[in-house]
Design a protein around this ligand. Structure first.
Ligand SMILES: C[S@@+](CC[C@H](N)C(=O)[O-])C[C@H]1O[C@@H](n2cnc3c(N)ncnc32)[C@H](O)[C@@H]1O
Length: 224
């Protein structure tokens, strides 16, 4: 498959570091906040090693978790066995989700929009698979508000960062791309991860909820 993601070194690195970050870097609490109150059928895109799975509340009837990287997908499948809600781990990429249109009540992306190859296409896909009125939950790192760090981020993105971190970019603007894809931002807050210590290029984060407009929102919001 042309689109398959193959980052074996990054996958090994992420599988270790992400578990430590959840426990000691406060990421576990952010995952809890990301998924609080979510319900119905959920699609999670770029599920990695499945660290969100333990945080889905019982109001979720089913999670379809898409993960293109083989090692991470294998770890996600193991995490799915320990989850309190049914989780089905499936290969695939954000740019061509292997599911029907309007089939989900909610979609989840965490630390993924930085990495997908074709961001507008991935957002169009997320919108396609959500029912009208459905929620997009996001927890993403992105462009710093301060000019100095933003300049550093842009220069890292042109050089070493994507090579070192599995195709990740630091200077993307998640809120802007979500809105440009026709979602309405319902709520969001900016945060820094990790909260304390030196500011990293990936520290500026945003966590929130967007919504695919429904028919009650008027004809200008019709799906493409
Ligand atoms: C930094 S990890 C985040 C994993 C997980 N969402 C989390 O919160 O820990 C980025 C993930 O995006 C996945 N990914 C990369 N390109 C992708 C794409 N085009 N479509 C879907 N997932 C992708 C990677 O394989 C990896 O699992």
């Amino acid at each position: 498959m042309r689109d398959t993601v193959h980052h074996p070194l990054f996958a090994r690195f992420y599988a270790r570091v992400s578990v430590a970050m959840d426990a000691r870097g406060g990421l576990g609490a952010h995952r809890e906040e990301l998924l609080a109150g979510i319900s119905g059928r959920v699609i999670e895109v770029g599920a990695g090693n499945g660290l969100n799975f333990a945080h889905y509340p019982r109001t979720v009837s089913e999670v379809v978790a898409i993960e293109p990287e083989r090692r991470l997908r294998h770890l996600a499948a193991r995490a799915a066995l320990r989850a309190e809600v049914p989780v089905d781990v499936v290969p695939g990429v954000a740019e061509a989700l292997p599911v029907k249109s309007e089939a989900f009540d909610a979609a989840v992306v965490s630390l993924v929009l930085c990495t997908v190859r074709d961001l507008p296409r991935a957002l169009r896909e997320l919108r396609r698979v959500l029912r009208p009125g459905g929620e997009l939950r996001f927890f993403e790192h992105g462009l710093a508000e301060g000019r100095a760090l933003a300049t550093v981020q842009r220069s890292l993105d042109r050089t070493v960062w994507p090579l070192l971190f599995g195709g990740c970019h630091t200077a993307r603007d998640p809120l802007a791309v979500i809105e440009a894809a026709g979602f309405e931002i319902v709520t969001h807050r900016r945060l820094r991860v990790p909260e304390r210590g030196p500011q990293l290029p990936s520290s500026p984060c945003v966590l929130g909820v967007a919504r695919r407009p429904g028919p009650e929102d008027g004809p200008e919001h019709r799906a493409d």
